[in-house]
Ligand binder design. Structure first.
Ligand code: ADP
Ligand code: MG
Length: 336
């Protein structure tokens, strides 16, 4: 597989919609790179530019240090996986998986095709479905086959466009784990785009955060979580969401307008502040308590169960070590 680089990439649609602006990123060979951003941020456009399905306005795309910017899509040897599985309905699962290996250019011996298909089917836990027609599968199984069909090949890079988003929550979680295991085993280079923060943190070696066609931060999931460069980035990761509050609430320095505190960095039961409980959500391993404090709502996340009732007044405290400071534009103020 390949190392893939985007350098100063710009893409506009109809000469006016600036879909991508000065995108710079490197996906190392064997890396699982996730682009995270809301709808309209430019995720699909990025994948289509790498695959050569969209012409870029300026910048360059390199595979293993060689420019491919002018190359035709077919010669770039990339492999797409889309949200909507696109299987050949009348083919068996086996034939769907074998299809990419049967191109006349490859001329792989049948024995080798069989080996590859069976390997991937085992990884994706669909070995017992190989003889089924694609139409006889559940949605989750179809998406497994669609992913498997990509994985039987060894392209330069897999380009995955929210491939799990049409599945139900439980299946998404399962496939997420399986995909990560398979990628690790195959040492595959993957660019995976999603708006789902849980997918980003569990899958990624590296996350790039996209905002309105620009990359605003790149880092390992824990770096992005612990050390966001802006309010925008801080809000992309973490559930329940980070509390963004005026610093005056807690009597902090005047030159810091806004602070961010993650819910796990707020303790309740004792402390110097006092507020009223608005809601309590018990999630099993943690409890999310919403507190009303000086007309602001503050979320605290507590390990285990928390016995209390709505409208009760409680004391709480914040872990000042973990407070993030932001300026009036929402950019991080780093301590000197
Ligand atoms: P995402 O995949 O993150 O939701 P897209 O890459 O699809 O975002 O879109 C980025 C921006 O480009 C959006 O403003 C979208 O409306 C616009 N866009 C995408 N495709 C086209 C197109 N074919 N023609 C015109 N505008 C487009
Ligand atoms: Mg998209």
């Amino acid at each position: 597989m390949a190392k893939v680089e985007l350098k100063n990439l710009n893409k506009t649609y109809n000469k006016k919609i600036e879909a991508l602006q000065d995108i710079n990123l490197t996906i190392e060979d064997g890396q699982f790179f996730v682009l995270l951003g809301p709808s309209g941020a430019g995720k699909t456009t990025t994948l289509r530019c790498i695959g050569g399905l969209e012409k870029i306005d300026s910048g360059s795309i390199l595979f293993n240090d060689e420019p491919v910017t002018e190359d035709q899509p077919a010669s770039r040897d990339v492999c797409f996986v889309f949200q909507q599985y696109s299987l050949y309905p009348h083919y068996s699962v086996y034939e769907n998986l074998a299809f990419p290996l049967r191109s006349p250019m490859r001329k792989l011996p049948e024995e080798q095709i069989k080996n590859k298909v069976e390997n991937i089917a085992a990884m994706l836990k669909i070995s017992n479905k190989l003889n089924n027609k694609a139409t006889q599968l559940s949605g989750g199984e179809m998406q497994r086959v669609a992913i498997g069909r990509a994985l039987v090949r060894e392209p330069n890079i897999y380009l995955m466009d929210e491939p799990l988003s049409s599945l139900d929550a439980k299946l998404r979680e399962t496939l997420r784990v399986e995909l990560k295991n398979i990628q690790t085993n195959l040492k595959a280079t993957i660019l995976y785009v999603t708006h789902d923060q849980a997918e980003a943190t569990t899958l990624a070696d590296k996350i790039g955060v996209l905002k309105e066609g620009k990359i605003v931060q790149i880092g390992a999931p824990e770096e992005i979580y612990e050390n966001p460069d802006s309010i925008y980035v801080s809000q992309r990761l973490g559930s329940p969401k980070i509390n963004i509050l005026p610093s005056s609430l807690f009597g902090m320095a005047d030159n810091i307008p806004t602070i961010g505190i993650r819910p796990e960095n707020i303790s309740i039961g004792s402390g110097q502040y006092s507020g009223k409980i608005i809601s309590i959500e018990n999630l099993g391993s943690e409890t999310v308590v919403a507190i009303s404090f000086q007309e602001h709502e503050i979320l605290a996340s507590i390990q285990g169960n928390y016995k209390s009732s709505i409208n009760e007044t409680i004391n709480f405290d914040i872990n000042v070590q973990k407070v993030l400071n932001f300026d009036e534009k929402g950019n991080r103020i780093y301590e000197r």
